[in-house]
Design a protein around this ligand. Sequence first.
Ligand SMILES: *Cc1c(COP(=O)(O)O)cnc(C)c1O
Length: 428
Amino acid sequence: MNTIETTLPTEQNSALDPRGALWPTYAPPMDLVFSHGDGTVLYTEDGRSFLDFISGIAVTGFGHAHPALVAALNEQAQKLWHLSNMFRVPAAEHLAHTLAANSFAHGVFFTNSGTESVEAGLKAIRGYQAHIGRAERFRIIGMAGSFHGRSMAAVAAAGNPAHCQPFIPGDYGFDQAPWDDLAALEALIGPQTAGIILEPIQGEGGIRPASEAFLRGVRELCDQHNLVLMFDEVQCGIGRSGALFAHQSLGVEPDVLASAKGLGGGFPVGACLASEAVAQAMPMGTHGSTYGGNPLAMAVASKVVELTLEPGLLQSVQAKGDKTQRLLQSLCERYPEVLKRVAGTGLMLGVECVLPNTELLAQCRQRGLLVGKAGANMLRLLPPLNVSEEHIEQAVAILEDVVKDAAQAAAASDSAIAETAALVAPKE
Ligand SMILES: *Cc1c(COP(=O)(O)O)cnc(C)c1O
């Protein structure tokens, strides 16, 4: 007992802000502490409620505390948490089979996060070229404006200088092409090129869908040079775009695909899907993960995929996405001095702002609506896939209040500036 007491915090360090014990890597989090959630609504300890239109960045795709997901987790938690890949995990085999049956893929490698799924796929690109006797092809082309996670290979692939410095000496074997520019991409392909990685809909970069023509062109270039085409669907996959995987509505298939975020509905899990040729190029011993595909994660992810593939779910995501787009479009038309345009598909939506997105985001939060931001001065809306029509209308109504006030404030400050200008203007 005494020994335990002596390890408790001393008066000195308990007086410190407990947040000081975390790495200072994140922007200071907003000072909101949620105690629980229910579907699209988050609650604070003191009884305030918020509409969650960011879903932990496209993670809680079926909202908070979905009864079927809670049951799947609880049931598995009573039985068996973890084994390691020394033993068969039937749920992993079954989920891999379901994902393969519903996509281009032949084989699946389970991970615990988006970054790890990306990492597995990048290794598989190089693994494939080595496997077919072209080991000199190791360079991978990524796209400007991408985000693939924070491991060293993932930041090198995305090439965002702010994320690379000072961790990526040289180029780490990656090249960057401008987004949606086929000629520039073709010019980058050389004798060392192994593959190409891109997000069919860029998320962090500002809800930027690739054009169908671009994706088709990229596929043709890959076929022509026998390069591996990898899609990062960590954010846009698992029903978010209105298809199980976003590329499926664009008619272009990759050879490798990274999934995560929505796959676990909040439980950390990821998956790297691959064609038969690529999966065969990653034989025994080439990759591994202690937790990857463990029984707890598989129980939850299996239920998420089951919910996503339930008849009508994907169509309802499209319909709700279209409705949200129409409502947001109308805001853009009525308040062009605040909002510029709507982007995205399904329930992966962005609104490009004229005023700073961070100010509008803060005003939305004040009024009980949680949205995200993304590159290109976007507000990012990623509500749960099972969001209700009422919650969509409520969210847009809150955004409209925010936008209306911002427009009035802007007009008032414009006229104040005009008045000041008139006062100080030299008299003729
Ligand atoms: C979030 C994200 C990642 C990284 O996922 P983590 O789970 O944070 O490692 C990779 N790619 C895309 C497109 C993402 O949105």
